[in-house]
Write a protein that binds this ligand. Structure first.
Ligand SMILES: [Cu+2]
Length: 506
């Protein structure tokens, strides 16, 4: 996708120059020329703590109108980041998926309310709340992939890794969550890129991959068999790092970019502040610990040097209405002021898998406690520990596609740590956590419109709790080390719909 962004960046640059030309006879001209020259696509970091007083979903995306400066004054215009306005909606939208009643809406929608109405209301307020709720989970998932996944295929793709229960997550599975939480056009692969936020989201995904590449420079694209067709390759084609990335031409004589030739962002004239142009991975690890590290990843001495946003109970989040200084409800338990967290020595993960195209875009909710009865409000339930998003459209004509299984994780440590801090859980030892989760872990599945789907009806759905021993880092420039040994706690999920039972093949 790198070539796409470069291309987009060039088009944006050309447009900027057109706009800047109008300022030629004003005092702002040099300023705008320089701004256009140094412009690079921004990214939306959904995993880092937002700036003080702001939500995880930036207000620049939700404000309907913005004031802009023109050469001869100011004007208020519709915010181009709020929605894309079709002119007009292409007539072939409707037949493609006729069951979406709002698909002929004249602009892109987010979390349409109600989801199946012909003319739904704007649901940006729900997007804001969902992103606030899921922020710590996104942080933990990104941190786990960056710090412990050392193979490109494992880190990159959501394809189910049957042989390693500690590597079920991926940057792709993490990327599904904002798609799912934003919803509307972002729920559907063919239309998602119409929403302007798609680009700010995908530049962030690009950034996470670039950070991963800098940390693990020796692992890259491995030869793999295509399990779903693309415009250029039928199912079964084996592709590798030198396969042409059609349709992205690298020259005017018909050549194409490949994974090998597009391996570094520097080839395309951009990088990220964390990476610079060198190979200082110690500095990068430090930044990743500061931005995404859980408070308890560090030894107590080193932890003190972390910024205040990494508090032990994860309670730096904003309230849904944008207020600051309180916890989201699922972490909003009584606090024990004398509690001092110990470094993480055991990681608890909920592993989830299902057929990738079996259900269409949908959500698995994981709760620690009993959720309310109304499926439409599970996303904001007090007991919600995290979500797993399936982001796909069924394609029954492709048998190989329908067999594909995707996977991801919901890390539990942040939630469990908050329970310990609140005095509701005695500690993070297996002897305490396993019986607690046996009693309290719940899961539910809904389609994007909020209707529940019984787990037994989701093809190849499986859920399991795994844990592994963790060696905490001793410096801010170190990462935690996970043991290669792990335990699958069949006693937690056994005997329940989709739950892994001791003896199941995981
Ligand atoms: Cu995407």
């Amino acid at each position: 996708m790198t070539a796409t962004y470069t291309c987009l960046q060039q088009i944006l640059y050309a447009n900027m120059l057109d706009v800047v030309a109008g300022f030629r006879n004003t005092s702002r001209y040099d300023f705008y020329v320089n701004a256009a020259r140094t412009f690079r696509m921004p990214y939306w970091d959904w995993a880092a703590a937002p700036p003080e007083g702001q939500n995880s979903f930036p207000s620049s995306l939700t404000i309907r109108d913005v004031q802009v400066t023109l050469p001869n004054g100011t004007a208020v215009i519709p915010n181009p980041l709020y929605a894309y306005r079709f002119h007009p909606v292409p007539s072939d939208f409707s037949p493609y998926i006729p069951q979406i009643p709002w698909i002929m809406n004249n602009m892109t929608l987010r979390q349409p309310q109600p989801p199946r109405s012909r003319q739904p209301a704007d649901g940006n307020d729900i997007v804001v709340q969902r992103m606030n709720f899921d922020r710590l989970m996104l942080r933990d998932r990104l941190y786990n992939v960056l710090t412990t996944y050392d193979n490109f295929t494992d880190a990159g793709t959501e394809a189910w890794k049957a042989d390693n229960a500690l590597k079920w997550d991926s940057l792709e599975a993490v990327h599904n969550i904002p798609h799912n939480n934003i919803g509307g056009h972002m729920w559907y692969l063919p239309w998602s890129a119409f929403d302007p936020v798609f680009w700010l989201h995908h530049t962030m995904v690009d950034r996470t991959l670039a950070m991963w590449q800098a940390l693990y420079p020796d692992s890259y694209v491995e030869p793999m068999r295509q399990t779903q067709p693309s415009w250029s390759y039928p199912v079964g084609t084996v592709l590798d790092a030198s396969s042409p990335l059609t349709p992205f031409h690298s020259d005017s004589s018909g050549g194409f970019w490949t994974s090998e030739t597009s391996r570094s962002t520097l080839t395309f004239g951009y990088t990220y502040p964390e990476l610079g142009t060198g190979n200082d991975t110690a500095a990068l690890r430090r930044v990743i610990n500061e931005l995404y590290g859980p408070s308890t990843a560090m030894s107590p001495q080193k932890r003190d040097s972390l910024s205040k946003r990494h508090r032990a109970d994860g309670c730096e989040e904003l309230t849904a209405d944008g207020g600051s200084g309180s916890c989201p409800s699922q972490y909003g338990h009584r606090k024990n002021p004398s509690y001092q967290p110990a470094p993480v020595t055991r990681e608890y993960l909920v592993n989830i898998k299902a057929q990738r195209f079996g259900l269409g875009s949908s959500t698995v909710y994981v709760f620690v406690g009993n959720p309310g009865a109304d499926s439409a409000s599970w996303w904001s339930d007090n007991t919600l520990a995290g979500t797993y998003a399936m982001f796909a459209m069924p394609n029954p004509t492709c048998q190989d596609c329908m067999r594909m299984q995707a996977a991801g994780t919901v890390p539990l440590n942040t939630v469990l740590e908050a329970k310990v801090a609140a005095g509701e859980l005695g500690g993070l030892e297996e002897s305490i956590v396993v019986p607690y989760l046996q009693k309290n872990l719940q899961w539910r599945i809904t389609k994007v419109d909020g209707t529940e789907v019984p787990a037994a009806q989701v093809p190849d759905f499986k859920i399991a709790v795994v844990s592994t021993e963790v060696m905490p880092p001793t410096a801010m420039s170190d990462f935690p080390t996970w043991s290669s040994e792990y335990t699958v706690h069949g006693e937690i999920t056994g005997g329940r719909p989709g739950g892994f039972t001791a003896g199941d093949v995981i």
